[in-house]
Design a protein around this ligand. Structure first.
Ligand code: MG
Length: 380
């Protein structure tokens, strides 16, 4: 029985400071604070909109491509399984995975880049983790007594810190999230579960799209080549598409097992016996082993060079940039065209931030509708 790290886990009981909420929320059932947060997120409007947001492929040429919602569910499955295997708080990891992409604008990374460029012209910037916090703290309106979802401190900290560190000097407004400390292992796992999910899914969707070819992948991506060879041996005479699916599953398992084993080993090696030890340690402990990390980087580079920046997707990215920029400029020049609830926020947040918030919340199809309407109005 492998050693588990439960002494370093977040407990998730109501008395834990990480289970605390800003507004009182009397317990009505036997659910733990993080289980309740998971449900608050799943019922949020921003969560439902993930179904209409691009993961990699903007055009819906296949119903089998991942959306940001299905990607999110895949990350949640990996994160929960890894947390369980390590003896960590599964509910916290799953909840953080479900919320990890909630701050993404339409059109994937192209949309995010475009929105950030627009904001920089106004001396601001766009960061999807910070935006996710704004969504759960302000934009979701499900409760009479307060704005936002009133999530626990543990989940809000994880939203901010799961994928990167923020400097206290640059973000004094985030002081309550202990920026000078590492996040709990439950949050550290999320970034790598995200990597495992998209490294697997993007090869799958890439082949489905016809933009990637299995033979070419095997020539350039060692980990997939290794897995393909192994399943070929095991399933002689089987059709290629089954071999590819088997190889993807094997690769996902290798990555997940490596993450679990390396995280366990790193934690044991520093002699961590509590969450405080994890927080105090100067580096993150949830990592891949050096060999798998090298293979991960090789695959990531391959996906970047061969898929994310290929001509077909770059055309979609250009279109995304055009749409986001045109709409941003439209509302900057004519703020009264914003929906009243957004317009009312301008005096608190400044016009550029409000326009960016409005655009960031849109799905791909809604932003395209807005764009068509604005263009039609200009022609009239
Ligand atoms: Mg993600």
């Amino acid at each position: 029985m492998p050693i588990n790290l439960h002494r370093c886990a977040v407990t998730g009981v109501s008395e834990d400071p990480l289970g605390a909420r800003v507004y009182p929320a009397p317990s009505r059932s036997s659910r733990t604070p993080f289980q309740r947060d998971r449900e608050r997120i799943v019922w949020a409007r921003a969560f439902r909109r993930l179904a209409g947001k691009t993961q990699v492929f903007t055009s819906r040429a296949s119903d089998h491509f991942r959306s940001r919602l299905t990607h999110t569910i895949e990350v949640a499955q990996i994160a929960r399984a890894a947390a369980a295997e390590l003896g960590l708080n599964e509910d916290l990891s799953e909840t953080l995975a479900l919320v990890h992409d909630i701050g993404h604008p339409p059109f994937g990374h192209a949309g995010e880049r475009a929105l950030d460029q627009c904001l920089r012209r106004h001396g601001r910037s766009f960061d999807h983790n910070l935006h996710a916090l704004r969504i759960v703290e302000h934009f979701e309106q499900r409760y009479a007594a307060h704005r936002g979802l009133n999530l626990t401190l543990g989940v809000r900290e994880g939203i901010i810190k799961h994928s990167r560190d923020y400097k206290v000097e640059e973000h004094p407004e985030l002081a309550e999230y202990l920026l000078d400390q590492r996040p709990p292992l439950e949050a550290q796992l999320i970034d790598l579960a995200d990597e495992i999910a998209y490294l697997t899914a993007d090869l799958d969707d890439g082949v489905e799209s016809g933009l990637l070819e299995v033979g070419h992948i095997c020539e350039h991506v060692d980990i997939l080549a290794r897995c393909y060879k192994a399943v070929q041996k095991q399933h002689a005479g089987v059709e290629d598409k089954f071999l590819f699916n088997e190889a993807l599953q094997l690769m996902q398992n290798i990555l997940t097992d490596d993450l679990i084993a390396t995280t366990r080993q790193n934690t044991l090696e520093i002699g961590a016996e509590s969450l405080a030890d994890i927080r105090r340690y100067p580096h993150r402990l949830a990592l891949f082993s050096p060999q798998v990390e090298a293979e991960r980087l090789q695959e990531k580079r391959y996906l970047y060079d061969t898929l994310y920046t290929c001509e077909a997707l770059e055309n979609e990215h250009d279109k995304a940039e055009e749409v986001v920029t045109a709409l941003f400029d439209h509302w900057i020049n004519d703020p009264e065209e914003l929906p009243p609830s957004h317009f009312d926020e301008v005096q608190n947040e400044g016009l550029a931030r409000v326009v960016a918030d409005y655009i960031a919340g849109m799905t791909d199809s809604f932003i395209l509708l807005q764009y068509a309407e604005v263009k039609r109005a200009v022609r009239r």
